[in-house]
Design a protein around this ligand. Structure first.
Ligand code: DQA
Length: 141
């Protein structure tokens, strides 16, 4: 059974209530149940934190154990060299995910400091971006 760790960064605990016009009206916990049903053969673990160091600790602790990491680093995507380095430090391949299409938004969202440390990037498909990332990682060798 493949193991995939989903990690959500700052403000993503408010999904469903935060700017629903951009991020939708559904909580992540609710969506995760559906995702687990869609992938009964994948062990999906979930972690969320608003703190950069906690996200790094999570990457360190899961990155040697799991087959892949799905990371929505939220705003840290655009600022964090430390998350880039953490992803490079572990063997698990990571997929960078965004709910919104960051390239159609403010210019400061166009740059990602973590993309170069990831196997791939998926953005703009709403919560389905996570499923696409799980699908991609479940096919990764
Ligand atoms: C986001 C996009 C980021 O720019 C923003 O800071 C987020 C969410 C997304 O999923 O679309 O918090 O990562």
């Amino acid at each position: 059974m493949k193991k995939i760790q989903i990690i959500n960064g700052p403000n993503l605990n408010l999904l469903g209530r935060r700017e629903p016009g951009i991020y939708g009206a559904r909580s992540f916990e609710d969506y995760l149940e559906e995702l687990r049903q869609q992938y009964p053969d994948v062990q999906l673990s979930y972690y969320q934190s608003n703190h950069e160091g906690d996200l790094i600790d999570c990457i360190h602790s899961c990155g040697f154990e799991v087959d892949g990491i799905v990371l929505n680093a939220g705003a840290y995507t655009h600022t964090s060299v430390a998350l880039h380095d953490a992803l490079r430090a572990v063997p698990a391949p990571a997929v960078e995910v965004h709910i919104s299409n960051v390239h159609t938004r403010e210019e400061f969202r166009h740059r990602s400091l973590i993309s170069a440390a990831c196997r791939g990037v998926i953005c703009g498909f709403g919560l389905d971006s996570y499923r696409l990332a799980v699908e991609a990682l479940s096919r990764c060798s």
